[in-house]
Design a protein around this ligand. Structure first.
Ligand SMILES: NC(=O)c1ccc[n+]([C@@H]2O[C@H](COP(=O)([O-])OP(=O)(O)OC[C@H]3O[C@@H](n4cnc5c(N)ncnc54)[C@H](OP(=O)(O)O)[C@@H]3O)[C@@H](O)[C@H]2O)c1
Length: 289
């Protein structure tokens, strides 16, 4: 692990108002980066800013914000090169496929996939010139798609695919593309996922309630467990720091025991085996509340 606090250039981290992004901004600043910390409000920019951390307004779905960030990076007042892009921002909209509207699917993809792609495209020429690194925060949900996670997992599976394609396109050009794959981490994501689930749940018909209430109860119990027992955001930031500093980085770093276990399981378990495991887990969870 690199522990040097020698100046290491610029690192841009998205979604730093809370959770993994906030912890990562702090950790990378301690590692010697000048961190451009993407947030969506002036209040959050002020809250995140500190020694070697500069809050910047960056909604990853906003083309103007992305262009402004690219310009800021290209004209760094201290001439520091961009060494690292951490695509971390994300949301979770959890509901059964039958119930989720296309507007919800689009929002999930806009934030958790197209935003990452747009920002990566804007910064790739710079990263090619600096031989920088791109860290994409995926999820075990991008390896195994549980019930009620259709939109979230679809976006994360897609981000996995984009990461693999991009890695194979730019590795020989000196840019490393690395997947960070957390299991459960205790952050706001659970509460916002539960709020989205409740919002979408309120649109369900009586028949849909009969079909999916047990499933949603299981999801709710599981999400509460994730928030309670998940790894700390600092643990995720530590893994990101390791991936940022490794001389010969791996293509994927998992976070937490569940991150490692589900990633391994996704490689060996058949669809039917996963169906059985997840079904019995959901039955247990649904009656646990
Ligand atoms: N927590 C977990 O268990 C877990 C597991 C696997 C993967 N992940 C992934 O880890 C990443 C970070 O999530 P987290 O757990 O740290 O959740 P979090 O605390 O909710 O953080 C999400 C961050 O994304 C930001 N964000 C939301 N929409 C955005 C947009 N349009 N543009 C820019 N930023 C936006 C949020 O900003 P606002 O405050 O402005 O909304 C917030 O800073 C996500 O990609 C998530 O999918 C999390």
């Amino acid at each position: 692990m690199t522990t040097s606090t020698e100046p290491r250039g610029l690192a841009l981290v998205t979604g730093t108002s809370s959770g993994i992004g906030r912890a990562t901004a702090q950790r990378l600043a301690a590692d010697g980066f000048h961190v451009l910390a993407g947030v969506r409000s002036v209040a959050d920019a002020e809250a995140v800013s500190g020694e070697s951390i500069e809050g910047i307004i960056l909604d990853v779905t906003n083309d103007e914000h992305i262009a402004a960030v690219a310009a800021r990076v290209a004209a760094d007042p201290a001439g520091r090169p961009l060494r690292l892009l951490v695509n971390n921002a994300g949301i979770a909209i959890n509901a059964p496929v039958e119930v989720l509207t296309l507007a919800d699917w689009r929002q999930q993809f806009d934030v958790s996939l197209f935003g990452q792609i747009a920002l990566t495209r804007a910064l790739l020429p710079t990263l090619l010139s600096t031989h920088g690194r791109i860290l994409n925060v995926t999820s075990v949900g991008g390896r195994i798609a549980m019930a009620n996670y259709g939109a979230y997992s679809a976006a994360k599976f897609a981000l996995e695919a984009v990461s693999d394609s991009l890695r194979r396109e730019v590795a020989d050009l000196g840019v490393e593309v690395i997947k960070i794959t957390p299991g459960a981490v205790s952050t706001h994501l659970t509460a916002s996922g539960l709020a989205a689930s409740e919002r979408v749940g309120a649109t369900m018909t009586a028949e849909q309630h009969r079909r999916y209430d047990e499933l949603i109860a299981a999801f709710t119990a599981q999400a509460e467990g994730f928030a309670r027992d998940g790894a700390s955001p600092d643990r995720a930031a530590e893994v990101i720091s390791r991936a940022a500093g490794a001389r010969r980085p791996k293509t994927r770093y998992t976070v937490g025991r569940d991150g490692a276990m589900f990633t391994a399981m996704s490689r060996i378990a058949t669809d039917r085996l996963l169906d059985r495991v997840l079904r019995s887990q959901n039955r247990r969870l649904a009656t646990s509340r």
